[in-house]
Write a protein that binds this ligand. Structure first.
Ligand code: FRU
Length: 489
């Protein structure tokens, strides 16, 4: 361990010891979502299954609840539900990453776990350099840095980051988020035969390319893969203006479907669509597991108004979403919570063929703060159907125009804020509530709303409204708390 790493590791330990107890006492602490004990979490990184075990790394500022020189925190799991904390995998301790080991990915090769990440370097004048770097582990726990493998190609600004690596027909490919010198966001492709020497192939999608028009000044966190016969590019463009119901968050996170030919650096794609309709979803990353599933974790947050989150008083902020399984069906990406999450269910409450008529209706046994609710809408005679969550978030469906809306009380100023999408018909909802988060899967994952929310801690009510009446099948489970044992240092 170099001396900078030793010093940083000691500081991380001190932060965990100093603030850990206060963080644990926070009533908004999540019960079954992944979050480090203290500090700021952002992007999921290096999501991979290695020697049968899932590894998930995360962007982490252990010292304060603000962005800064990021570390890679590390968790492992056999089942995507029960996780263990592992020691910090990467610390910003070398000249090429001294201002942050930024986002990246992991692959298994010849029994080793290999990470690719962006080394972020700032100078006193606010200038920036970025390097795509490699680190190798023989055991999946301790990583040895091998330094930069890619320097900035011509034609790009140093906003060049977040390498995602995969293998296809004996070659390695890497897609990187980029900004061209003309300030256009792009996803850029490289190829390698040995993971160390990389050839620049060019942009495969971007603002101003393939009839896309102006589409953001920077694209972050690209992820490119094949699923159900289609090419999928997930990417996070920055700089899109709101357009009708879309693009109301600070930055966007969405996907293109298309035909992917890595060998010739080609991805003919259709239009962009948002992955999630909620307030807090960004920088997702996927992996293919050894059951052939394409799995996704997202950051349940955005770099926006972070100082207002009440959790910062308890020295922590942000969390991962629940893990989701992806599919392409009828020209869209479908997202469902992974089936392993069912093991969290406790104390089932069932309401079969239940009539709800009126406003603010409570159902026996349907309340709480860590729960899952599954609702099948059997007969909907009502123009609107709403579910209020603990007085601080509300899902409202308007049958007349097919608009589905999530409304929450903003913690910045107490005002109501809203996000929307449209669906043909509302048939089913699966809702995961945690102490300060909500994830709503609509119609088997056709749409998802992911958000944080901060209700009065004593308010555990769930209230249904259907003025003209609705008949539902409803099930509710309490969800078990999942501690994260192990030492993150
Ligand atoms: C996305 C992002 C990435 C970058 C990382 C730094 O949230 O800005 O582009 O690598 O966060 O923490």
């Amino acid at each position: 361990m170099n001396s900078t790493k030793a010093r940083l590791t000691e500081r991380v330990r001190a932060a965990v010891v100093t603030y850990g107890a206060a963080a644990k006492r926070d009533p908004y602490r999540l019960h079954y979502h992944l979050t480090p004990l203290v500090g700021l979490l952002n992007d999921p990184n290096g999501f991979v299954q290695y020697r049968g075990e899932y590894h998930l790394f995360y962007q982490w500022n252990p010292f304060i609840t603000e962005h800064g020189s990021k570390f890679w925190g590390h968790w492992t799991s056999m089942d995507l539900v029960n996780w263990r904390a592992k020691p910090v995998a990467l610390a910003p301790d070398e000249w090429y990453d001294k201002n942050g080991c930024y986002s990246g990915s992991a692959v298994e090769h010849e029994g080793k776990l290999i990470l690719f990440y962006t080394g972020n370097v700032r100078d006193e004048q606010g200038g920036r350099e970025t390097y795509q770097c490699m680190a190798i582990s023989e055991d999946g726990i301790r990583f040895r840095k091998h330094g930069p493998v890619i320097h900035l190609p011509q034609g790009y600004t140093p906003h060049f980051r977040d390498p995602k690596v995969w293998r296809k027909d004996g070659s390695w490919y890497m897609v990187v988020g980029a900004q061209s010198r003309e300030l256009q966001g792009q996803a850029v492709l490289f190829r390698s035969s040995n993971l160390r020497d990389w050839t620049y192939l060019g942009p495969i999608a971007g603002s101003g390319l393939q009839c896309l028009g102006e589409f953001g000044y920077m694209w972050e966190c690209p992820d490119l893969f094949r699923l159900n016969g289609r090419g999928v590019l997930i990417v996070c463009p920055q700089g899109l203006e709101p357009e009708g119901d879309r693009y109301h968050n600070l930055y966007q996170s969405g996907y293109f479907l298309g035909d992917l030919e890595e060998e010739v650096a080609k991805f003919d794609h259709g239009p962009f669509d948002e992955l999630d309709r909620g307030f807090d979803f960004y920088a997702p990353q996927t992996t293919l597991d050894n059951r052939g599933r394409r799995l996704l974790f997202g950051w349940m947050g955005l770099p926006d108004g972070e100082e207002h989150h009440p959790t910062v008083a308890h020295h922590w902020i942000h969390a991962m979403t629940l893990p989701r399984e992806l599919r392409v069906s009828k020209g869209r990406l479908i997202q469902r919570p992974v089936e392993e999450l069912c093991q969290l269910r406790r104390n089932e409450v069932v309401h079969s063929r239940t009539e709800i008529c009126g406003k603010g209706v409570a159902l026996e046994g349907v309340d709480g703060e860590a729960l899952e609710i599954e609702v099948d809408l059997l007969e909907n005679r009502s123009e609107t159907f709403a579910i209020d969550f603990r007085g601080a978030a509300c899902l409202i469906y308007d049958r007349r125009d097919g608009r589905l809306m999530l409304e929450r009380t903003a913690w910045k100023d107490g005002k109501k804020e809203r996000r929307f999408c449209r669906i043909d018909r509302l048939a089913r909802l699966r809702i995961f509530l945690d102490a300060s988060s909500i994830e709503i899967f609509v119609n088997e994952g056709e749409e998802v709303f992911t958000s944080r929310f901060y209700p009065d801690v004593d308010n555990r009510s769930i209230a249904f409204s259907a003025p003209e009446g609705i008949t539902v099948d409803l099930k509710k489970w309490e969800l078990a708390s999942v501690p994260i044992p192990g030492d993150p240092v």
